[in-house]
Design a protein around this ligand. Structure first.
Ligand SMILES: Cc1cc2nc3c(=O)[nH]c(=O)nc-3n(C[C@H](O)[C@H](O)[C@H](O)COP(=O)(O)OP(=O)(O)OC[C@H]3O[C@@H](n4cnc5c(N)ncnc54)[C@H](O)[C@@H]3O)c2cc1C
Length: 315
């Protein structure tokens, strides 16, 4: 139910404005989002790197069809890559996360080809700075095209990663395809509300599917990017690493900025590669509401802050 309430108010520009301006509410946003500007992202990234954590920078923005805005997004990624280099944050400690829909993937029949072209240019700039690139996975209508674009990019930029959502029925087969490619594969549970015809919905089933995908990836040459906060799945990944004789350089843990930060530091101190997914940019609202929707406790906290701000009152 809180999820539904949240989605019903998610489209209100007023709500975003209130969250920006009201101190308590802004605190809720700042827990999950590093800031609106590249400089704020670099500042937050520097702190994480000083704590021996890697960073995935996610310049927020989704579904885009306007060619000029798409070009601006691509150029912003390229400029950000340069900023990372100039700030001493070049190299594989930094990763960019791309949402292909923000690069026009869903705009017309040649959308995927154009998104590939934009992604290629970003990968070229990132490679110049030694920075990694991984493709986010969006809803199931994009899966085929995203996996295909990832495959194309790996030809020229072999370190390009791609996310796979354990909840989708197809994912065990997708992991089997990726298993011996040497690819960096970010395994997530899945953040989108998918129809029952394509995805598992029960938590226990998703967890089982996640373990199945982990087994496949750890058993091959892929580099698993274990993107979960779930303590049980983190333990299972450690067990699989032991079973397959993998040391800590052959896989990594990934978690979201603001979620289980003490666990991130604990894993890093124990010698694991840990990367924090750091979202930033003015378009933070869609990302933010997904994070709230994941946990009832977050939603309640958010609604309280909103009530304090008065944003839910009609003018
Ligand atoms: C690095 C990274 C990249 C991601 N990329 C994608 C992607 O490309 N596509 C996609 O669909 N999804 C992506 N996700 C989101 C993912 O699909 C899940 O929705 C999200 O990670 C929560 O699932 P979980 O595996 O942590 O397990 P859960 O069972 O949801 O959570 C396990 C525990 O983690 C903590 N936790 C989890 N989420 C929150 C939260 N929002 N607030 C507070 N505590 C929380 C709680 O303690 C919870 O009990 C990504 C996640 C990560 C970590």
């Amino acid at each position: 139910m809180p999820h539904r309430i949240l989605l019903s108010i998610a489209g209100h520009g007023r709500v975003a404005t209130a969250l920006r301006t009201q101190a308590t509410a802004r605190g809720v946003v700042e827990r999950f989002v590093a800031g609106e500007t590249p400089a704020q992202a670099v500042a937050a990234g520097s702190v994480l790197v000083a704590g021996r954590l890697g960073v995935t920078y996610n310049f927020l923005g989704e579904y885009q069809t306007d060619p000029e805005r798409i070009e601006r997004t691509r150029n912003a990624f390229i400029a950000f890559t340069r900023l990372l280099g100039d700030s001493g944050l070049g190299g594989p400690q930094s990763e960019l996360s791309l949402k292909l829909s923000a690069l026009g993937q869903l705009h017309g029949s040649d959308g995927p080809a154009r998104a590939l072209d934009h992604a290629r240019r970003i990968c070229a700039a990132a490679t110049g700075a030694g920075v990694l690139v991984t493709l986010d996975m969006e809803d199931h209508t994009t899966t085929d095209s995203t996996l295909e674009i990832a495959r194309e990019l790996r030809q020229d930029f072999p370190a390009t990663g791609v996310a796979v959502q354990a909840a989708l029925f197809r994912s065990p087969a997708d992991c089997a395809d990726l298993r011996n490619t040497g690819a960096r594969v970010r395994l997530v549970k899945g953040a989108y509300r998918e129809p029952r015809s394509v995805a598992l919905h029960r938590r226990t089933e998703v967890d089982r599917a996640y373990v199945r995908c982990l087994r496949t990836l750890f058993g091959g040459t892929a580099r698993p990017l274990v993107a979960t906060h779930d303590p049980r799945l983190i333990r299972i990944s450690a067990e699989l690493a032991r079973r397959h004789g993998r040391d800590a350089t052959t896989f990594e843990h990934q978690m979201l900025f603001g979620v289980r930060s003490a666990e991130q530091r604990r894993l890093a101190a124990a010698g694991h590669a840990v990367r924090v997914y750091l979202p930033f940019g003015p378009d933070w609202y869609g990302y933010f509401t997904r994070r709230l929707a994941e946990r009832p406790a977050n939603t309640v906290f958010f609604l309280r802050a909103l009530a304090k701000s008065g944003a839910s009152r009609r003018p």
